[in-house]
Write a protein that binds this ligand. Structure first.
Ligand code: NAP
Ligand code: MG
Length: 399
């Protein structure tokens, strides 16, 4: 059979165990069926170091040009990695660099199979979390107050001081924190959420604590509502989906009682915490997909997990590993599906869907990697190595 042709996507290679799996997926599951057309960027740590991280910047620019990218997990260097890889510098997280360049929002969703039941028994469909990855407590200014004194909030406008308010008159030591956000970032977040909801044909929920935070969180609420009304309401109604705002406390209660199948937009901290809660409740970090969406419609797909270092060290010793490749396969299928959709390339999008079905069929037939086998008590389950799992998926694809 002739291989499927495609327009180029950006391919960002990565590190450690996921780099090994990356190549296996291409060789076994993609190249035999698709004439893979990628603009390749090696974001592996040695090459980031050799290029003074320019390769990450170039890859992000390429993602803006080609609109679709797929990324392997990469090491975010810390002091130990600087030593291990003899780095010239402690390079920034590639994900942070790419996110900043695309002004993007990250959407994380679990891959569900009939074998692994979510902890919350009512969940029938995935819940996608959209996290506003800018500002708030992650960019806060903090101060350990040494003793009695006054803390004030002061804003100096371009034309001089315009706001001053006492935060607290300390009578003893304490702590102090100030954080910020800005309309342009909240607007980009809102647009990415509405655009993604339309692209997935799913309802969008948004929650904050606006009853308590009457300036800060209310601003988020108002900006979302305003952009929805002016730019997206008609398209939402035409698509038969809805935008729904509620208080964060109410949202958590509704989420737990829901059937799933919607996108939940969260402020930065809420998204950090809730995405861990949701991914754990759905089963395994290794089954979480992640896509970075920019407000102007660029998509970067990846797995939510890291480079699985502990497995990699065992692999280097020659041991067989049972690392789960599913989220990485879905990163590829997500990117190919999006390329197919954007270009009207039906065969490519169909192939991506068949690849996903082949993965799910394999797991549902009881063939899975160790992390999933540990969650599944069925007597017919077979724990297999990464390579065997990928071969089993290939057999399903071939048939
Ligand atoms: P991790 O790579 O996600 O792995 C943490 C643990 O989760 C693993 O040791 C393993 O548990 C389990 N796990 C994760 N993915 C798995 C998979 N596909 N199959 C089976 N088990 C899986 O997180 P980490 O160890 O904290 O970080 C390792 C490196 O990844 C770090 O250098 C970090 O900077 C980087 N990282 C990159 C990204 C990214 O590029 N998006 C995200 C997070 C972390 P067991 O060992 O118990 O089997
Ligand atoms: Mg977290």
């Amino acid at each position: 059979m002739a291989k499927i042709k495609m327009n180029p996507i950006v391919e960002m290679d990565g590190d450690e165990m996921t780099r090994v799996i990356w190549q296996e997926i291409k060789d076994e599951l993609l190249s035999p069926f698709v004439e893979l057309n990628t603009e390749y960027y090696d974001l592996g740590l040695p090459n980031r170091d050799a290029t003074a991280d320019q390769v990450t910047v170039d890859a992000a620019q390429a993602a803006k040009r080609l609109h679709v990218a797929v990324k392997c997990a990469t090491i975010t260097p810390n002091a130990q990695r600087v030593e291990e890889y003899k780095l010239h510098e402690m390079w920034k997280s590639p994900n942070a660099t790419i996110r900043a360049a695309l002004d993007g929002t990250v959407f994380r969703a679990p891959i569900m199979t009939s074998r692994i039941k979510p902890v919350v028994s009512t969940w029938e469909k995935p819940i996608t979390i959209a996290r506003h990855a800018y500002g708030d407590v992650y960019k806060a200014t903090e101060y350990r107050v040494p003793g009695p004194g006054r803390a004030e909030l002061l804003f100096t406008g371009e034309n001089g001081e315009s706001f001053r308010q006492t935060v607290y008159d300390y009578e003893c030591p304490g702590v102090l924190q100030s954080m910020f956000n800005k309309d342009s970032s909240i607007e980009a977040f809102a647009r990415a959420c509405f655009a993604y909801a339309l692209s997935e044909k799913q309802n969008l929920w948004f929650s904050t604590k606006d009853t308590i935070s009457k300036q800060y969180d209310q601003t988020f609420k108002f900006i979302f509502q305003d952009i929805y009304d002016r730019e997206f309401r008609e398209e939402f109604e035409a698509a038969g989906i809805e935008y729904f705002y509620t208080l964060i406390d109410d949202a958590v209660a509704r989420v737990v009682r829901s059937k799933g199948g919607f996108i939940w937009a969260c402020k930065n901290y809420d998204g950090d915490v809730m995405s861990d809660m949701v991914s754990t409740a759905f089963g395994s970090l290794a089954m979480m997909t992640s896509v970075l969406v920019s407000p102007d419609g660029n998509f970067e797909y990846e797995a939510a997990h890291g480079t699985v270092t502990r497995h990699y060290y065992r692999y280097l010793k020659g041991e067989e590993t049972s690392t789960n490749p599913v989220a990485t396969i879905f990163a590829w299928s997500g990117a190919l599906k999006k390329r197919g959709e954007l270009d009207g390339n039906g065969p490519l999008a169909d192939f991506a869907r068949r690849l996903e079905e082949a993965v799910l069929d394999t797991i549902n037939a009881g063939v899975m990697t160790g992390d999933l086998a540990a969650l599944c008590a069925d007597p017919d389950v077979r724990k297999v190595s990464t390579a065997r799992f990928i071969r089993a998926v290939r057999e399903k694809l071939d048939s």
